[in-house]
Unconditional design. Sequence first.
Length: 120
Amino acid sequence: MNRALIPTEPWERTYAMWVHLTTAFSPVAFPLTIVAAVILWSIQKDRSSYIDDHGKEVLNFQLSTVIYYLACMPLIFVLGLGVVLMVALSVVAIIGIVLGAVAAFRGEFFRYPICLRFIR
C-alpha cells in the first residue's frame, strides 16, 4: 500500500471512493456491483489517471474474490472448511473495501492484499 499523497481534485477523490464502495454490496448483489464498478470506472478513467488506477484495483480485487470464492466451494464438503474460508474472505474483503475507500478519499494510492492483477 503506497501512502504517498498525490495531487488530485476533490471530485476525483470522492469519485474513486465511490468506485470502491460500490463493491461493498458484492455478497448481496454480486453481478450488479461489478457492473456498477465497471461503469463508474469507464466513465472517468480517461479523464483522471487517479480514478483509472483505483478503478483497475477495484476490478482486479472483485475478479480475485470471485476466483477465491469459487475455489472455496468444493471445500464446503470437506469438514466445512470452505465455509470458514468464505467467511474469512468476506471479512478481509469488507476491511479492504473500507481501507480502499478511505485511501481514495485521502488522495492515496491503494493496493488490496490477496489481489491478482488481471487489468494493468
